[in-house]
Write a protein that binds this ligand. Structure first.
Ligand SMILES: C[S@@+](CC[C@H](N)C(=O)[O-])C[C@H]1O[C@@H](n2cnc3c(N)ncnc32)[C@H](O)[C@@H]1O
Length: 265
C-alpha cells in the first residue's frame, strides 16, 4: 500500500547551526534582495508577511526588542543606509525633505537638535561644505562626525541654548529638530513631553534664526499641534507638513517645515 504523508506530524525542525545568521546576512545583502521571503504565503491575495528575516528568540531579549530587531533587519532603508555609509535611516528623511523644500545650502549654518546617531549631521556637513557650520546636540554620545561640532548635553538644560549659539558663531540659516523623547507608556505624559520638546525647539529657533531662515521639527499626529502651528504661521511666511517616505507608515511622526522666518519679534 502506498504510504501517505502524515500531515499531523509537526514539520521537521532545521538543525540549529543552519539557521540564517541575521547579523551577517540582513545588512550585508542588497536592499531589493532582502525583501524576498521564502516563507511568505503563496496564495494570491494572501496578506504578505510583514517581516521576512528570522530572528532567534533569546531568553534575555524582551519581546518588544525582538520585534524591533526584526523590523530593523527587514527595513530596506536600514540596509541602504548601511550600504551608503549613513549612520541612520533617518538620513533619508532629511534628504527627502531637502529635495522637496530645498533646505540645505552650501555655506549655511545649521543646528541639529537631537542628532544621535548622526545621520542628519552627515547629510548637513556634506551639503554645507567647508564654508558652512553644523552644530548638533544630543544627550546621547555621538561618535565624531568630521566637519560637525557635537554637544553631548540635554537640549532642555539651562545652558544648552548659550552653548549652541557659541558653537554656531552667528545666526542660523536652518534649525532642525528630530528630537523624540523616550515614551513612558503614559499617554498624557508622553504627549506633554512631545509638545514641550517641539516648543523648546521653536523658542530656540526664534532666537537664533536669521530673517529668511527655516525650521524643521518632528511632530506627532494627534499632538497638540494647534498652538505650535499658530505660532509658526505667525513667525514664518510658509508652513507645511511632510511625511517623508522613509518615515515608517505605522508611525505617527511627521515633520513641520517652516520657511521664511520673519525675524526677531
Ligand atoms: C530620532 S533620534 C534622531 C536621529 C537623527 N536625526 C539622525 O539622523 O541620526 C532622536 C534623538 O533625540 C534625542 N533627544 C531627545 N530629547 C532630547 C533632549 N532633551 N536633548 C537632547 N537630545 C534629545 C534622543 O536622544 C535621540 O537621539
Amino acid at each position: 500500500m502506498e504510504r501517505r504523508p502524515n500531515t499531523d506530524r509537526p514539520p521537521k525542525r532545521r538543525k540549529r547551526g543552519k539557521k540564517t545568521d541575521i547579523a551577517k546576512t540582513a545588512l550585508g545583502a542588497e536592499p531589493e534582495k532582502r525583501g524576498r521571503n521564502k516563507t511568505a504565503p503563496k496564495k494570491a491575495g494572501a496578506a504578505p508577511r510583514e517581516l521576512s528575516q528570522h530572528v532567534k528568540t533569546a531568553k534575555q531579549r524582551k519581546y518588544s526588542s525582538t520585534l524591533w530587531l526584526k523590523r530593523q533587519l527587514n527595513d530596506p532603508y536600514v540596509a541602504r543606509a548601511k550600504a551608503e555609509g549613513w549612520r541612520s535611516r533617518a538620513a533619508f528623511k532629511l534628504l527627502e525633505l531637502d529635495e522637496k523644500f530645498s533646505l540645505l545650502k552650501s555655506g549655511a549654518r545649521i543646528v541639529d537638535l537631537g542628532c544621535a546617531p548622526g545621520g542628519w549631521l552627515q547629510v548637513c556637513v556634506k551639503a554645507v561644505g567647508a564654508r558652512g557650520r553644523v552644530v548638533g546636540i544630543d544627550y546621547l554620545s555621538v561618535p565624531p562626525v568630521p566637519g560637525a561640532t557635537i554637544l553631548e548635553m540635554d537640549f532642555l538644560g539651562e545652558d544648552a541654548p548659550t552653548r549652541l549659539k557659541e558653537a554656531l558663531g552667528g545666526p542660523a540659516d536652518l534649525v532642525l529638530s528630530d528630537m523624540a523623547a523616550p515614551t513612558t507608556g503614559h499617554k498624557s505624559t508622553d504627549h506633554l513631553r512631545i509638545v514641550a520638546l517641539a516648543e523648546a525647539a521653536l523658542d530656540f529657533a526664534e532666537d537664533v534664526l536669521r530673517p529668511g531662515g527655516a525650521f524643521v521639527c518632528k511632530v506627532f499626529a494627534g499632538g497638540a499641534e494647534g498652538e505650535l502651528l499658530a505660532r509658526l504661521k505667525h513667525r514664518f511666511t510658509a508652513v507645511k507638513h511632510a511625511k517623508p517616505k522613509a518615515s515608517r507608515s505605522d508611525s505617527a511622526e511627521k515633520y513641520v517645515v517652516a520657511t521664511g522666518f520673519k525675524g526677531q519679534a
